[in-house]
Design a protein around this ligand. Structure first.
Ligand code: KIV
Ligand code: NA
Length: 263
């Protein structure tokens, strides 16, 4: 695999080729995922749940994220390293700039932020300063208490249209990538077709440009209710490296996700 950059993802989109993304939180798993061909590694604030045992991502601090980013950055190989801005980093444009700077210093190559069209100014200022941004829309776990739970977003036409409009606004402001979480497959497809930038999906159906999963779910280390959109690749692999490879190959061949993983 050649070194993956933003241009690589854009070229995939133009060519109609998919790409795989996976969360990573430490050096050993990051190296294993990179060696398996995973194109994008995400240091997600899901670490609050899968590593720290919290019920949500809200307690995760900038310091927590920076620590794990430094660990992953040392072993990311040729994969592109995307990193989450934690809860409330989007409070003001100034805070977004300061916090994104810390993530970039820790090794981030693409900064992901949750929110809606109101983030346009922050995203514009980050982009101007050479910080590429992925805008995370749909189910945004940092707003779980307002959403009333981890629920599919955009089932009704009005909310679906709003998510599409927000995505357009944020791309216009400079967002280089859009990530859609838990939206109907039809909306995942519509947004992917409407935008020139790569769209990554999780529970967003088979038609987004890229797919992402939380590493623990790929390895079957899922506690509580298993979400519909995950797949345990350990069930068909001999070891962890094999599970990551199967996931990567399934995404590249558009064998994952299927209808059974979609809304
Ligand atoms: O934190 C995370 O792992 C994420 C992915 C689920 C997209 O944001
Ligand atoms: Na996240």
């Amino acid at each position: 695999m050649k070194t993956v950059t933003l241009s690589t993802l854009q070229a995939y989109k133009r060519a109609g080729e998919t790409f795989s993304c996976l969360t990573a939180y430490d050096a050993s798993f990051a190296r294993t995922a990179a060696d398996a061909g995973i194109e994008v590694l995400l240091v997600g604030d899901s670490l609050g749940m899968v590593l720290q045992g919290h019920d949500s991502t809200l307690p995760v601090t900038l310091e927590d994220i920076c620590y794990h980013t430094r660990c992953v950055a040392r072993a990311k190989g040729r994969s592109l390293l995307m990193v989450d801005l934690p809860f409330m980093s989007n409070a003001t444009t100034e805070r977004m700039l300061d916090d994104a700077a810390e993530l970039m210093r820790a090794g981030a190559e693409l900064v992901k932020v949750e929110g809606e069209a109101w983030m346009a100014d922050g995203i514009r200022e980050l982009t101007r300063r050479g910080v590429p941004v992925c805008a995370h829309l749909g189910l945004t776990p940092q707003t779980v208490y307002q959403l009333g739970g981890y629920k599919v977003q955009g089932r009704d036409a009005e909310r679906a249209a709003q998510i599409l409009e927000d995505a357009r606004t944020l791309v216009e402001a400079g967002a280089s990538v859009i990530l859609l979480e838990c939206v109907p497959a039809s909306l995942g497809r519509a947004i992917t077709e409407a935008l020139d930038v790569p769209v990554i999906g999780i529970g967003a159906g088979p038609d987004t440009d890229g797919q992402i999963l939380v590493m623990h779910d790929v390895l079957g280390v899922t506690h509580g209710r298993t979400p519909r959109f995950v797949k345990n690749y350990m069930a068909e692999a001999d070891d962890i490296a094999g599970a990551f490879r199967r996931y990567h190959e399934d995404v590249k061949a558009r064998r994952f996700p299927t209808e059974e993983h979609s809304f």
